[in-house]
Design a protein. Sequence first.
Lengths: 113, 115
Amino acid sequence: EAGVAQSPRYKIIEKRQSVAFWCNPISGHATLYWYQQILGQGPKLLIQFQNNGVVDDSQLPKDRFSAERLKGVDSTLKIQPAKLEDSAVYLCASREGQNNEQFFGPGTRLTVL
Amino acid sequence: QQQVKQSPQSLIVQKGGIPIINCAYENTAFDYFPWYQQFPGKGPALLIAIRPDVSEKKEGRFTISFNKSAKQFSLHIMDSQPGDSATYFCAASPNYGGATNKLIFGTGTLLAVQP
């Protein structure tokens, strides 16, 4: 079974630029999560999708971050414009049905200069 | 109330030792407590999890101890090996099995097992 795929793995941009990350969850997993992991901290949930609907985006900085999962499969997370404090690893995870285990992708490491 | 406090921040043990990582929470609505293991450059992976209706769960060399009244839980790694060197995160979730299930993570413990 293929795992959660993410791209790119690394991205370096300058502040005020925009950036997008892509995630393809495990096949059949209806729930998809985007987390932000700042160096030395635990992952923090940004947004949760159930199929193509948003379940929780309470911690998403909506003035600069946006995410979509149009067909209920893969998802993109966008930051526009980026700030220095957005430097982090962005993790995507997926979950199957009522199973509580979340499967994480390898993440995208973003550096904002 | 949504925080999960984890300690220590880092831990060094000798091979064969038993590292213990502790976590505490305040929200009594939490009903699912997993531990995740993360190697450099990888995403976290589920190691073991427990629900509050049991006080201990063991899987291989990994054991979770859970104290519901104290709102604390801990991870013990028996006979630790250099390959166990990783960052360990505790987490908690308020909606076991539900559609809105989400994880609140602790700050992580960097474990180094010396040969």
